[in-house]
Write a protein that binds this ligand. Sequence first.
Ligand SMILES: [Cu+2]
Length: 156
Amino acid sequence: MIPRYSRRLLAIVAVIVAVAGFLGGAYAFHLFGGGQNCWVRPSEPAGTAVFTIVMANEGFNVGYNGSKYHAAPWPVMNVTVGQSVFIHVINNDTQAHGFQIVHYYDQGIGGTSGLAPGQCFNVSFTASQLGSFQVRCDIFCTIHAYMLSGMLNVNR
Ligand SMILES: [Cu+2]
């Protein structure tokens, strides 16, 4: 027969394990505040031009979608005039970055503080004006040179 004090101990351990499991699960599935998983692919209505831009600073992702390893312009987003555009921007770096599209999104993400590390943001608009528009980081960062040559082409 198990002594009473060990049964109590066992019960306490079981409660701790259950609470820890719940909290771990809740954290993993983003049940608590600030809750979105940036890596979930956005679903938008058919006909929308959907792009994902990853800001990163290591491996093959230095800059915007690996822009360090590509000739300018990069990344290039081609859309048709009048089309709805949806750009999912993810900051996978450990520093803040900006994201600005000249004419279409001059205010940038997060103003002068940019998009914080680990955060994501959706930029959406209708591409109503023809032309090529620069996509760039509009705040100070250590890899700024790799984040100035993005291009949005609004084609006929
Ligand atoms: Cu930057």
